[in-house]
Design a protein around this ligand. Structure first.
Ligand SMILES: [Fe+2]
Ligand SMILES: [Fe+2]
Length: 148
């Protein structure tokens, strides 16, 4: 029997997976500019990966006799490509922190299967943050640059 705390953490994961799967798909749809059009398929691919995470976490919660949430965390699509990438990088870093701490709780409770699932998802999130980070290299946001 797993704890209420572990179920709550897994549901936090579902809420943020739902958020980013919609967020990245809408970025895929809404991004503009030459660079945006060139990279929009990356948003779509990662959105699909996030939807699979939401499904896997929800299945695990259900198997543990919990009820998966249907409410996403607040979605932020953004305007410019840089704004989108910065937001997404932040969301991926938050996900990595959440899954690392959830892995520790699963470990403490001896839930090897949940730990294994979270380790696989964590590895995907590390790939995502690497992709968003590399896309941001050398980019500066014209709206946040200090006046020279
Ligand atoms: Fe994810
Ligand atoms: Fe991700």
């Amino acid at each position: 029997m797993v704890s209420r705390k572990l179920l709550e953490l897994l549901n936090k994961g579902v809420a943020r997976e739902l958020q980013v799967s919609i967020q990245y798909m809408w970025q895929h749809v809404q991004v503009t500019g030459i660079e945006g059009v060139l990279v929009r398929h990356i948003f779509k691919e990662i959105a699909i990966s996030e939807m699979k995470h939401a499904e896997e976490l929800a299945e695990r919660i259900s198997r543990l006799n919990g009820i998966p949430t249907e409410k996403p965390e607040p979605i932020f699509v953004g305007g410019s490509l840089i704004e989108m990438l910065k937001q997404d990088q932040q969301n991926e870093e938050d996900a990595i922190r959440l899954y690392k701490s959830t892995i520790q709780v699963a470990e403490l409770e001896g839930d090897v299967t949940t730990r294994g699932l979270l380790e696989k998802i964590l590895s995907d999130e590390e790939t995502h943050v690497d992709i968003f980070g590399k896309m941001l290299v050398g980019k500066t946001d014209p709206f946040t640059q200090p006046n020279l």
